[in-house]
Design a binder for this molecule. Structure first.
Ligand SMILES: Nc1ncnc2c1ncn2[C@@H]1O[C@H](COP(=O)(O)OP(=O)(O)OP(=O)(O)O)[C@@H](O)[C@H]1O
Length: 258
């Protein structure tokens, strides 16, 4: 599995939102896209999962043009958890999770015992088993996010595109979901706001600012006080944590006068 993005640009009307984005993701990598609000992270992902159509550029999955791939094939290969977690009708949780199976089935195929097992497993993995019969629209933001993660697990793809997949989750579920995704051994490209989470889970990071790729590299290369200042305009203290051996960031707010 290899995703290659070359010279990707996208505009809303005349407004250039992202320009000349290059990135690649290879099998088994967990890659983060970071950057300030409005820097274009979701726009890159939406182009990749074809909610938006690029002005120019190439997006290749295993050498195949993503824009030309039929929907069913794309859904067999790529699982998506977008930022908006709206689902148009009031389905039950288990029905939404079962929708993840559809790229692998034919129209009117019934659910087999194996399908039911996949759905039950995805519900259990995301801590949503007890809520399987609840109506989706009545769930909290975090619970909805876990349902959509369960749906993408049921989709069983080798590649996940995630847009802030844990932004509504409490710290327990943030770590549980990222641990779960990491444990699947699949390939991941995810927008992530929390730089400490990005440092814990990502192999490499791409930094976006004002719709342009600013930097790319390992968390150690990228998450330096200088880059954090440059990209986010804040002071930070950065160390390799003695226990995790990963980058650990402490923010130094102005009000503390440090
Ligand atoms: N439908 C739209 N029409 C016009 N401009 C839009 C539209 N959607 C997004 N934008 C603009 O595109 C820019 C990039 O937005 P995008 O959602 O990709 O940023 P982001 O990095 O994902 O931000 P955040 O961290 O806030 O989620 C922003 O300036 C945003 O206002």
């Amino acid at each position: 599995m290899k995703l290659q993005v070359e010279q990707l640009s996208f505009s809303y009307d005349e407004n250039k939102i992202i320009e000349d984005i290059h990135l690649h993701v290879t099998k088994g990598e967990f890659i983060g896209i970071i950057g300030p609000n409005g820097s274009g992270k979701s726009t890159v992902l939406k182009n990749l999962y074809r909610a938006l159509k690029p002005d120019s550029g190439a997006m290749l999955l295993d050498g195949e043009n993503l824009l030309k791939m039929n929907n069913r094939k794309a859904a067999q290969k790529i699982g998506v958890v977008g930022q908006e977690n709206a689902v148009p009708f009031d389905f039950k949780v288990e029905e939404i999770v079962a929708m993840g199976l559809s790229p692998h089935k034919k129209l009117f195929d019934g659910d087999t015992p194996a399908d039911k097992e996949i759905v039950a497993k995805a519900l259990a993995q995301t801590g949503m088993k007890e809520m399987a019969k609840r109506n989706y629209l009545h769930l909290s933001g975090g619970e909805k996010q876990r349902v959509l993660l369960a749906r993408v697990l049921a989709q069983q793809t080798d590649f996940l595109l995630l847009d802030e997949p844990t932004n509504h989750l409490d710290i327990h579920f943030q770590l549980q979901m990222f641990d779960l995704i990491k444990g699947l051994g699949v390939t991941v490209l995810s927008a992530i706001h929390d730089l400490n989470l990005a440092a814990l889970y990502c192999d490499r990071l791409y930094v976006l600012k004002d719709g342009r790729l600013q930097k790319a590299g390992t968390p150690e290369d990228i998450l330096t006080p200088a880059t954090i200042q440059e990209v986010y305009g804040i002071k930070a203290d950065v160390m390799i944590h003695p226990v995790t051996k990963k980058i650990s960031i402490t923010y130094l707010p102005e009000s503390l006068h440090l």
